[in-house]
Design a binder for this molecule. Structure first.
Ligand code: UFG
Length: 327
């Protein structure tokens, strides 16, 4: 059985769907703090919190778990700068509880949601996995601390893990069954769609004076279903004896905030109202993945690399669920 912690969230729910499509036996643990029950499409859910060690122990005692896929973390760059304590408590202390519970219950395979935020402001672009790690916000710092914990636990206790460093997760299930719904929504593509629909005020462009060709930040967008598939490949690798490793997941192509807004307008045929705003603390100017290792070693082959397709899928889900999971 594969345990997906945080499986009711955005990326976690696409992972659950991917595992079900591959006919895996799946169990979800989520505290439903940010997740949605309806995103599970009927997968079995146990409501529990990583910060409650006894809840974890009960769950792992009652179920024969082969591998854990861990998505449960706070993931807002801006919020982490304002409230670092939340991030150390939930992300780092929660991960510590998980690793200790895994030791107790002799579970030795883990796939971990890491982030491009571990690198900070890159010194080389595209960013290879061995690029220096200098996170510019507490969120990225906690992801890096957790990766280091996994490496040391692997060395000392024989736990094997794959950390997957996502660049900008976007899009939605190509069949439109699930999608992205955060509260508050802060990510660029869904915010642009909501602004175009009149469900949000103008989209604030955080900084128009960055050292980039059009002055706005550059990001590498990767389809959420392609991310899920990479986890499935990591699961196969761990089953085949792979050792602890970390991989970047992105498409190796950067789009500026203004270019993404242009693409959203083109795909949905509406204007996105925008206004210039100050830079958001903690944002790096440019993040573009070097993902050759994931392709070579995991056999990852993204199916939806085009930004227009990523936006089309995000738009299709939002059109069918105008109020998200509250529809
Ligand atoms: N942006 C705006 N206006 C908005 C929202 C976003 O200008 O209303 C800009 C941001 O400043 C950034 C870009 O659009 O330059 C993308 O922002 P997102 O919030 O969509 O994504 P981030 O790049 O901040 O975050 C993503 C992941 C994080 C990860 C981070 C790496 O969501 O988990 O990449 O820095 F840590």
């Amino acid at each position: 059985m594969i345990l997906v912690i945080g499986g009711a969230g955005y990326i976690g729910s696409h992972m659950v769907r991917c595992l079900l499509q591959h006919r895996e036996d799946v169990l979800v643990m989520d505290n439903l703090g940010n997740g949605h029950r309806d995103a599970l499409l009927g997968a079995k859910l146990i409501e529990a919190d990583l910060r409650q060690r006894e809840q974890l122990d009960r769950l792992l005692h009652d179920h024969a778990v082969e591998c854990i896929i861990h998505f449960a973390a706070y993931a807002s760059v801006g919020d982490s700068v304002k409230n670092p304590s939340k991030y150390y408590e939930n992300n780092v202390a929660g991960c510590f509880n998980l690793l200790e519970a895994m030791r107790t219950h002799k579970i030795n395979k883990l796939i971990f949601s890491s982030s491009a935020a571990v690198y900070g402001e890159p010194v080389t672009v595209p960013i290879p996995e061995d690029h220096p790690k200098n996170p510019t916000n507490p969120y990225g710092e906690t992801k890096w601390v957790m990766e280091r914990m996994l490496q040391w636990y692997g060395q000392a206790y024989g736990m094997r893990s794959v950390s997957l460093r996502y660049f900008n997760a976007a899009g939605a299930d190509p069949e439109g069954l699930i999608g992205e719904d955060h509260d508050p929504e802060e990510h660029l593509i869904p915010v642009a769609i909501l602004a175009a629909l009149g469900k949000r005020d103008k989209l604030k462009i955080f900084g128009t004076d960055w050292d980039t060709p059009d002055g706005t930040c550059i990001r590498d967008f990767v389809h959420v279903s392609d991310l899920a598939e990479a986890h499935f490949l990591a699961l196969q690798a761990l089953r085949n004896g792979a050792r602890t490793n970390a991989y970047n997941l992105g498409n190796g192509q950067g789009f500026s905030v203004k270019e993404v807004i242009g693409a959203v307008q083109k795909v949905i045929g509406r204007t996105v109202p925008v206004e210039a705003a100050p830079r958001r603390p903690g944002d790096p100017a440019r993040l573009i993945a070097g993902s050759q290792r994931a392709k070579a070693e995991l056999g990852w082959n993204p199916q939806y690399p085009e930004i227009e397709v990523i936006i089309q899928h995000a738009w299709a889900w939002r059109k069918s669920m105008p109020n998200g999971y509250r529809s």
